[in-house]
Design a protein around this ligand. Structure first.
Ligand SMILES: *[C@@H]1O[C@H](CO)[C@@H](O)[C@H](O)[C@H]1NC(C)=O
Ligand SMILES: *[C@@H]1O[C@H](CO)[C@@H](O)[C@H](O)[C@H]1NC(C)=O
Ligand SMILES: *[C@@H]1O[C@H](CO)[C@@H](O)[C@H](O)[C@H]1NC(C)=O
Ligand SMILES: [Zn+2]
Length: 666
């Protein structure tokens, strides 16, 4: 591939020389000549971009797996170089502005279309570096954050992973949970509020110079839809009734554990009791919510430990599953260079991620893996990203991306829907006995829902908040209260212990805010993965809507090459076609649609309605206090424009970087 492309390049130079000397030549065969010129330019840009990208990603990897000032400087330097190159490349693309619409070949046209979005004006290097540093500094504050122990305040080295995460899952001491929850926010978000202000200004300036009204609009560009925000709202509206049923059920169960002062009958639920720092998933405390305790779901974490599993074996298990579907196995360099455990001799960015080094050879995962079922699922999630990278590595650089960002997030999760079934866990020896009855089913579906359904409102609000920040609808004096308004309205949760203020910056306590990763992709993924699952299960002959013995939630596509080959066909397209084309080829549907996820959870939804009715539970939540002080009563729509700052294309680089080369766990 590479040698072909450089010989084409050499050929082009010769042709160009000939043309420039032979001014009297007769008309060239117009369109095919245009096509071949276009193809040469695009091939050349793809090759150069891959090489620049490789250098830059290697430097980023060095920093992310070893946070030192030296590595940071090196990374910033190479990223700056990459963005300079991108600027030049964009200029070359824009020279084709009037010609590329005439091309006959749709693939070439699409390449131009996607590349032309990288448009920038003159680049001020000092400002570029400034913005660059803001991003790195915010991520660094987050990644280095440590808090003190609740009981022993001299012990101040508790990290999010693993100590704090573990504590949130295990502790039932409300005072301790309040302390840890608040302290984490003091050590992260609160420290970056000023940086975030500068970041927003620069982002918007960048978006404007790209022809977008603000950065929120630019973020949704990869979804290639004029109705995207409305579509997200519509999907959420369809799933909200099920969420409210789960919410009511969980609130009742928590009342049995904690006192009535902590949890009211009709109010929102305190955010720190769900075993997760952001209450984005509640499955970490699913042991408190088991519908049929006598049929309790066995503890897979204990089983993993009892069987002496290693973190490496968790990755091998996942690789084996992909291979059983005739998908691509992880290449040798993956095993050699991935970081699958937290090293104890240095600071690293622990947040799990999957890396594409843009050279068709190096693909790596960085994860501080622990021996838990939850992390086994995360391993599959990250492996799904790598699988996508492997499947589309032959494409031009600009197409090496998910059909849309939600697709990228959905790959590994789709497989994990099969892997986590009791049927499959039994097959691989992690579940000793397999009982089949309605009660076991409901227990299983509850556990899944505490993750898959509970996550939905959180994944909507993360970007709804940022969309409104970028558009100026959320004024910077009101950022934290706007955040809590959404947390209350969408999730039905409230701050624990006492009201938050505008001295806090709670959005910043979640990785994707400082790391500047758009989030609605996870919402799309959570709906889409059930659509994928349903189609693949049909192909694997493990699901039949007419046959009650083959419900969607029991399907395991293990070893189905028919399903795997069909999935590979979708992945191979990368972003070379509009996502609706890729979706239609696999599922027959060209819209992202909630019916598959609803069908999956149907038995649980019916059970919940009955159970909540039986207990006379209030469905929904009512305000029972102040959750954030400093709320402005009047709408102040004045946008926070950063007119004084020059545009920097770094932002776009970051956007592309996170879209294409580094995919993160939610
Ligand atoms: C971490 O980076 C420093 C350079 O800042 C280097 O000297 C050191 O060897 C690196 N450590 C590891 C384990 O790679
Ligand atoms: C369009 O161009 C691409 C990339 O060069 C090529 O692979 C494809 O075959 C072309 N399609 C047609 C219909 O010529
Ligand atoms: C597995 O995939 C390859 C392409 O990657 C294909 O050629 C082969 O036929 C597939 N095998 C089966 C059993 O489907
Ligand atoms: Zn991911």
């Amino acid at each position: 591939m590479r040698s072909i492309s450089s010989s084409v390049h050499a050929f082009l130079i010769i042709v160009a020389l000939l043309e420039s000397t032979d001014t009297t030549s007769v008309e060239l065969p117009g369109s095919s000549d245009l096509e071949s010129k276009a193809r040469s330019l695009l091939d050349d840009l793809s090759k150069q971009s891959s090489e620049k990208c490789t250098e830059s990603v290697f430097a980023s990897w060095a920093y992310y797996t070893n946070i030192t000032d030296e590595n940071k400087e090196k990374m910033l330097e190479l990223n700056l170089e990459f963005s300079k190159w991108e600027k030049g490349a964009w200029k070359q693309v824009m020279e084709w502005k009037d010609r590329w619409p005439q091309l006959k070949n749709d693939t070439l046209k699409r390449e131009f279309k996607l590349l032309s979005i990288l448009g920038t004006s003159a680049l001020d290097e000092a400002d570029l570096e400034k913005f660059n540093h803001i991003n790195v500094d915010m991520t660094s504050i987050y990644s280095k954050a440590k808090i003190c122990d609740f009981k022993d305040k001299t012990k101040c080295d508790l990290k999010l992973e693993p100590e704090i995460k573990k504590l949130l899952t295990k502790s039932r001491n409300v005072d301790e949970l309040n302390y840890v929850w608040t302290e984490w926010r003091d050590q992260t978000g609160k420290k970056m509020r000023e940086l975030y202000k500068q970041f927003v200004k620069l982002s918007n300036k960048a978006a404007k110079l790209n022809g977008f009204d603000n950065m929120g609009d630019m973020w949704i560009m990869p979804y290639e839809s004029d109705t995207f925000r409305q579509d997200v709202d519509d999907l959420w509206t369809q799933l909200k009734p099920l969420y409210r049923q789960i919410h009511a059920y969980v609130r009742r169960k928590l009342r049995e554990v904690y006192s009535k002062d902590v949890i009211s009958k009709r109010g929102p639920i305190p955010a720190n009791l769900m075993g997760n720092m952001w209450a984005q998933s509640w499955s970490e405390v699913s042991d408190l919510m088991v519908p049929y305790p006598k049929k309790s779901f066995p503890d897979i974490d204990a089983e993993l430990k009892a069987q002496g599993y290693t973190t490496l074996q968790m990755f091998e298990l996942s690789d084996e599953y992909f291979k059983s579907l005739n998908l691509t196995e992880m290449p040798e360099p993956f095993w050699k260079h991935s970081m699958i455990e937290r090293p104890d001799d240095r600071d690293v960015v622990c947040h799990a991620s999957a890396w594409d080094f843009c050279n068709g050879v190096d693909f790596r995962i960085k994860q501080c893996t622990s021996l838990t079922m939850k992390d086994l699922i995360t391993v599959h999630h990250e492996m799904g990203h790598i699988q996508y990278y492997l499947q589309y590595k032959h494409l031009p650089a600009v197409f090496r991306a998910g059909a849309n960002p939600g697709f990228h997030e959905a790959v590994g999760d789709t497989l994990a829907l099969s892997v986590s079934t009791p049927k499959h866990l039994h097959k691989i020896g992690l579940l000793k006995e397999l009982h089949k009855d309605k009660e076991v089913d409901i227990n299983y579906l509850m556990k899944m829902a505490l993750d898959k359904i509970v996550f939905l409102p959180f994944s909507v609000l993360m970007d709804r908040w940022r969309w409104d920040v970028f558009s100026g609808k959320n004024h910077e004096d009101n950022w934290n209260c706007a955040w809590w308004k959404l947390r209350y309205e969408l999730q039905g949760i409230k701050p624990p212990h006492q009201a938050r203020t505008e001295n806090d910056f709670d959005p910043g306590a979640k990785y994707h805010i400082p790391a500047n990763v758009p989030y609605v992709r996870y919402f799309i993924s959570f709906v889409l993965q059930f659509q994928f699952h349903k189609a693949l299960c049909g192909l694997a002959d493990q699901y039949d809507p007419q046959d009650p013995s083959k419900p969607l939630h029991q399907c395991d596509i293990y070893q189905s090459t028919t399903a795997g080959n069909a999935f590979a066909d979708l992945l191979k397209l990368g972003s070379s076609k509009h996502w609706s084309v890729a979706l239609k080829a696999l599922t027959g549907e060209d819209k992202i649609d909630a019916s598959a996820i609803k069908e999956y959870f149907k038995p649980l939804e019916e059970w919940l309605i009955e159970d909540n009715t039986k207990h006379g539970e209030f469905i929904g939540w009512e305000k029972d206090g102040d959750y954030c002080i400093g709320e402005k009563t009047d709408d102040d729509p004045s946008p926070s424009g950063g007119q004084s700052l020059l545009f920097s294309s770094w932002y776009i680089l970051v956007l592309i970087f996170t879209l294409c080369f580094q995919s993160l766990v939610r």
